[in-house]
Design a binder for this molecule. Structure first.
Ligand code: PMV
Length: 335
């Protein structure tokens, strides 16, 4: 095997993914989403992963710390998946995985998208698995649904697909890596704590208990098509409306789960109120929120710094980053 390094940028869903198509057991580990999703890959927030042969046993270092337990198991289950795709005749050699998250893992901002995308690319390069990007994206999805979208920069759409083997659950970029659209995303941090319920557990709870789940699933494709049209037309106001609608439908579905899934904190709500007041005054920004209390705001570049200063002074805000649309991932084979 070779030594390989990959850098993948995280992405934020504008049309959200929430729910596995069927239960994970019946899924046979395919991790098939119940709905498609559409995201924007962003710059700065990224994972850098090196995969190299280890002397005797598998080891995983994340941000300089040796990792054991469930995170180790999940990582090496994924490394093994990639190895199996090479059609090996030998058992996998022991590997050392060294990852750096250039994003605040401890702050509960999802790092699984960039993490599994970088791991997929680095392991595939190390094992000399030569697949096209769509196949690698599908492999990344097996680690984390959102990771399938981080195989490209810019706007990416992941289709739900219909086939039970997942072969038509495929992601594609909506345009070349740097969208010629002057937009920014504000990442508003509202806590330093990690989230309490994982997205996989939360999705399963919603699927099984939320009376709004079927409406959530049924209305997703219309949002995806409308968002794609708005992106092609460079219509931020229309895209923003669809984006907020998708976000709040997802959170309504979460809230109607039993017991309820409430990922927000008090600052999340204060940010939304300030954002909507700013919009009322002509400062156009649109919010989305994932399975955690942070708020991400999409806006035109000239509005970004004024919006940032309005939001940064709200009680409980830990920081605001302004990020641009991000590039494709990068892979380097060293030996
Ligand atoms: O990829 P996962 O399993 O971490 O799930 C991501 C779920 C959301 O972040 C809430 C929505 C999305 O589409 O990214």
């Amino acid at each position: 095997m070779k030594i390989a390094r990959a850098i993948a940028y995280t992405n934020i869903a504008l049309v959200k993914y929430w729910g596995k198509r069927i239960s994970e057991v019946a899924n046979k580990g395919l991790n098939l989403p119940a709905v498609g999703s559409l995201s924007l890959t962003i710059d700065q927030l990224r994972t850098e992963t090196l995969v190299r042969p280890a002397s005797s046993k598998d080891t995983f270092v994340l941000n300089g710390q040796t990792i054991t337990g469930p995170a180790f198991d999940k990582t090496f289950m994924h490394v093994e998946r990639i190895w199996q795709r090479t059609g090996p005749t030998n058992p996998r050699p022991p590997c050392h995985v060294d990852s750096i998250n250039h994003l605040p893992t401890a702050a509960g901002l999802a790092s699984s998208a960039s993490g599994f995308a970088a791991l997929t690319l680095a392991a595939a390069a190390a094992f000399e698995l030569h697949e096209d990007r769509q196949t690698l994206s599908s492999l990344a999805r097996l680690g984390s649904g959102s990771a399938a979208r981080s195989l490209w920069g810019g706007f990416v759409r992941l289709n739900r697909g219909e086939k039970s083997d997942g072969s038509d659950c495929i992601a594609r970029p909506l345009e070349s890596q740097t969208p010629s659209w002057d937009i920014r995303m504000l990442i508003v941090y509202t806590t330093q704590k990690a989230k309490s319920i994982s997205s996989t557990a939360g999705m399963e709870r919603s699927r099984l208990t939320s009376p709004y789940y079927s409406a959530w699933v049924e209305t997703s494709t219309a949002d995806l098509d409308a968002a794609e049209r708005a992106i092609n037309a460079r219509d931020l106001a229309v895209l923003g409306e669809i984006m907020e609608h998708s976000c709040f439908k997802m959170h309504a579905c979460m809230l109607a789960s039993k017991p309820p899934l409430l990922y927000w904190n008090a600052s999340t709500l204060l940010v939304l109120q300030e954002l909507w007041q700013a919009r009322h005054e002509g400062l156009l920004g649109f919010a989305t929120i994932d399975a955690g209390p942070h708020v991400k705001i999409l806006c035109a570049t000239p509005m970004a710094s004024e919006l940032k200063s309005r939001i940064a002074s709200i009680a409980g805000i830990q920081g605001v980053d302004i990020v641009a649309p991000g590039p494709d991932p990068q892979v380097e084979v060293m030996e």
